[in-house]
Design a protein around this ligand. Structure first.
Ligand code: FAD
Length: 449
């Protein structure tokens, strides 16, 4: 019955009730996880609302508040942990029509939350600027979805992750009888970065931009993953090389990269790079020092015009692995900035090909760190958590990608997020189940560790 009333708020075209639409727009990439897949498969919204203005978002929230209907916000649905899956049905609030670029200066871009990062990057580059950081899903992913569900990506080796000053301001609507419009900046943003939309709906974002660079993409290949990692580290640490991507992957991961596999050396571990045009000689020196061979390169003229190396980096690496072998899955790990080689050795000694190394060098709070999305062969839930326990036992941090709760996934500032949840969402209607699920309830859903 409420569906009918909602049509008065957003119009017939702003309300999608068909089975297929509800199914499609209630899902994200949760199926990356063999743990989450069976648990989230059947979840779907009762209706998808696609507002076309901030005023409509506020009206939808007020309506949902009055009627105690859960609201789960959606960007493009490319998140990996079921962040955008409505656990308790209700409304999925699809932000895709809030896609206006409001202001671009040399220093920042102010946009509505539903703007796709790919479209924004294209526009910025046409104007001699570019994004600082973006996920490998940039063609689809929205600015709001990245801020509320992502962490870092291409560019993070220079600019850090979302918590490193890469969000300047957000407009947040609260879930109340009369939704408030908060303009949030500085340390207050910590409550909203990677919040899964649990404590507010972000309608506008201001993010920093930087001058455009001509990027060259290069694959460097090695006999073993150790050399690939050492080379990657030396490039990551070399401040004279401007860069956006430094991604070492262990063979056979490159064999999963179907669109470019013919251009890659059989049997070689590889490093995927985006560095400034003109850094070829420096790269060659680093490669020579580590027994690396320069391979497939994509000149700047083809940047973003063809399949690029970032289409195989970050969580795209996992996507190609899964396409090749559905029994593979992944973890999100943080290796020690200095001890990572010994940690990698311990993991390889212990697990062999059950764990394949994939690092993403990035900056975090200014320090170059080897973040990692290792590929893991999935055999059983218990075994997965044995592997996680071993990583932790040798000092490798894990952000568990096999849980949908913020408490257990371990990103972001929980205390700040909880305080904002209490203030902004008194009826706990925003994306229920993702923040503050009592442990017992989570366990009953089979999502315990
Ligand atoms: P969605 O998945 O739609 O939403 C993400 C979360 O944010 C959900 O909880 C949703 O409820 C909430 N949300 C969305 N919009 C709003 C809003 N306006 N207000 C409040 N809450 C909102 N992530 C990275 O960080 N780096 C990567 O490099 C990366 N690579 C990936 C590669 C692949 C192949 C895949 C499948 C995923 C990858 N991800 C990566 C995860 C994901 O793509 C990113 O987090 C992406 O930025 C999410 O954007 P989205 O628009 O699809 O958000």
């Amino acid at each position: 019955a409420w569906q009918k009333e909602l049509a008065d708020v957003v119009g017939e075209e702003g309300l999608l009730l068909g089975d297929e639409q509800r199914e499609k727009l209630s899902k994200d990439y949760y199926w990356y996880s063999p743990v989450l897949e069976p648990l989230l498969r059947d979840k779907r919204a009762d209706g998808i609302v696609v507002p076309e203005s901030e005023e409509q978002v506020a009206e939808v929230l007020a309506f949902a508040y009055r009627n105690s209907i859960p609201v789960t916000t959606r960007g493009a649905g490319t998140g990996n942990y079921g962040q955008a899956v409505p656990l308790e049905g209700g409304i999925v609030l699809d932000m895709s029509r809030l896609d206006a670029v409001l202001e671009v200066t040399d220093g920042y871009a102010k946009v509505q939350a539903g703007v796709r990062l790919g479209a924004l990057e294209k526009r910025l580059r046409e104007e001699g600027k570019e994004l600082r950081i973006y996920p490998s899903t940039y063609m689809k992913a929205t600015v709001g979805g990245f801020v509320c569900g992502g962490s870092g990506g291409i560019g993070s080796i220079t600019w850090g992750n979302l918590w490193d000053g890469n969000v300047l301001e957000a407009v947040v609507l609260t879930m109340e009888e009369k939704p408030k419009r908060l303009v949030v900046s500085g340390s207050e943003l910590l409550a909203y970065i990677h919040n899964y939309g649990t404590n507010g709906v972000l309608t506008e974002l201001t993010i920093p931009v930087s001058p455009k660079v001509e990027w060259r993409q290069t694959v460097v290949q090695f006999d073993d993953i150790e050399s690939a990692c050492l080379f990657s580290h030396s490039v990551a640490m070399d401040d004279s090389i401007r860069k956006r991507l430094v991604t070492p992957v262990e063979w056979p991961i490159p064999s999963y990269f179907k669109p470019i596999v013919k251009r890659l050396e059989e049997g070689a571990s590889a490093c995927l790079l985006e560095t400034e045009d003109g850094t070829e000689e420096k790269l060659a020196e680093h490669a020579a020092a580590h027994g690396g061979r320069i391979g497939y390169t994509i000149p700047p003229s083809q940047y973003h015009r063809t399949v690029g190396l970032s289409d195989f980096a970050w969580n795209h690496t996992t996507l190609w692995a899964l396409k090749t072998d559905p029994t593979l899955t992944y973890l999100q790990a943080g290796f020690h900035p200095a001890e990572f080689m010994s940690q990698i050795k311990q993991i390889k000694d212990r697990f062999g090909d059950e764990v394949l190394i994939h690092l993403e060098f990035m900056r975090s709070a200014g320090v170059v760190v080897p973040a990692s999305l290792p590929i893991v062969r999935y055999t059983a839930h218990e075994r997965l958590y044995e592997i996680i326990a071993f990583f932790r036992s040798i000092g490798v941090g894990i952000n568990d990608p096999h849980t949908w709760t913020l408490e257990m996934g371990g990103r972001g500032q929980l205390e700040a997020m909880l305080a904002a949840k209490r203030a902004n969402d008194p009826r706990a209607l925003l994306n229920p189940g993702k923040l503050s699920v009592p442990v017992g309830e989570a366990a009953a859903r089979g999502n315990e560790r």
